[in-house]
Design a protein around this ligand. Structure first.
Ligand SMILES: [Zn+2]
Length: 64
């Protein structure tokens, strides 16, 4: 299932404004980062970077 987005969104991984990508919970991930993540192996340094970024998704922001 793929959702097409026509407007610019702030990518939570590369921190750039991108037009196309996916929404993962409260985070937007551009198609480039999505592709990069899929093609990054766990032994690569980038992988840890992506993991750190993705961790933010699982931590719901508390609004008080
Ligand atoms: Zn990105």
């Amino acid at each position: 299932m793929e959702e097409r987005i026509a407007e610019n969104h702030h990518c939570g991984i590369c921190e750039e404004k991108k037009r196309q990508g996916i929404h993962l919970y409260n985070m937007f991930i551009c198609t480039e980062c999505e592709y990069n993540m899929i093609h990054t192996e766990p032994r690569e340094e980038k992988y840890q970077y992506y993991l750190q970024k993705l961790k933010n998704i699982n931590q719901p922001t508390m609004f008080s």
